[in-house]
Design a protein around this ligand. Structure first.
Ligand code: E4P
Length: 286
């Protein structure tokens, strides 16, 4: 599994890249906003050039328009301006740009198709369903980014479960909740009806990790070249679970990468080993 770092903070990018385990970077307008808030007055062009120079691997930069025409124009501008820096620009295009019912749905898909046809690699972003991921792959996206953490947020909010952003959401618990229905006395038709209305899943998807699994299964079934980037990953356990299913890439915030190397017994083990270094052993290193 490749690891991308999900940040626009240059210090985090450089630090994580120096660890030797980072293969790329993903940004979005909210992450850029955070970086700008920390460095008021920065030159955005120079800053993005520095990000591109800091890694030998894809750097996703997102368009801001909502129509196919705007997005294609912005993507071409981003690619022409920043790809020459290090040859690693990928343009992030929302899988759908509609913000309200009734707005056009396929602007992003058309932009992806056009850009890939012009040799500009795209990363279909804001993917919340496997159906959207299927559309992105059919349009020829180089990458598709399911936002697994936001799907968990959606499910937990629907179920009225309080949570912190980095809390793990366990789909097994959700399934148990659903199964409880079976323990009640009711006819098959009543149970079926109750289950169908139980609203515990998002149209049959029980968690963000479940969504990534569904997309990996579909892409494997048809041999799509589109690579799956598990995005909106909030904790180390989710990173492990998407790795177990063989996802191509996980894009991880700095703190999740750090969490992946943390265990209390590792800390304790280091204290014990360090305490037990006897002078005879110390001599070896002199
Ligand atoms: C993906 O590329 C996005 O930048 C990101 O993963 C979104 O994460 P969030 O849902 O934690 O904001």
């Amino acid at each position: 599994m490749q690891i991308f770092i999900d940040t626009a903070d240059l210090d985090e990018i450089r630090e994580a890249y120096s660890w030797g385990i980072v293969d790329g970077v993903t940004t979005n307008p909210s992450l850029i906003k955070k970086a700008v808030d920390r460095r008021p007055g920065l030159s955005m062009r120079d800053y993005i050039r520095d990000i591109c120079r800091s890694v030998e691997g894809p750097v996703s930069l997102e368009v801001k328009g909502v129509s196919t025409e705007q997005m294609v124009q912005e993507a071409e501008m981003l690619y022409e301006r920043f790809n020459p820096v290090n040859g690693n620009v990928v343009v992030k295009v929302p899988v759908s740009t509609a913000m309200e019912d009734g707005q056009p749905l396929f602007e992003g898909i058309r932009a992806i198709k056009t850009l890939e046809g012009r040799g500009i690699p795209t990363n279909a972003t804001l993917v919340m369903t496997a159906e959207q991921a299927l559309m992105a792959a059919k349009a020829g996206a180089t990458y598709a980014s399911p936002f697994l953490g936001r799907v968990d947020d959606y499910l937990r909010t629907k179920l009225d479960i309080a949570f912190d952003k980095s809390d793990y959401y366990d789909p097994l618990c959700a399934r148990h909740l659903e199964e409880q229905t079976w323990e009640e006395e009711a006819s098959g038709a009543e149970l079926y009806d109750r289950l169908m209305r139980s609203d515990i899943s998002d149209n049959g998807i029980y968690s963000g990790v479940d969504l990534v699994d569904s997309i990996v299964t579909i892409y494997d079934a048809y041999g799509f070249d589109t690579q799956v980037i598990a995005a909106s990953v909030r904790n180390a356990r989710q990173a492990r679970e998407v790795a177990e299913m063989g996802v191509d890439i996980a894009t991880l915030p700095f703190h999740v990468i750090e969490d992946m190397l943390t265990h209390p017994k590792t800390l304790e083990g280091m204290q014990l080993f360090t305490r037990d270094v006897v002078p005879e052993y110390e001599e070896l290193f002199e």
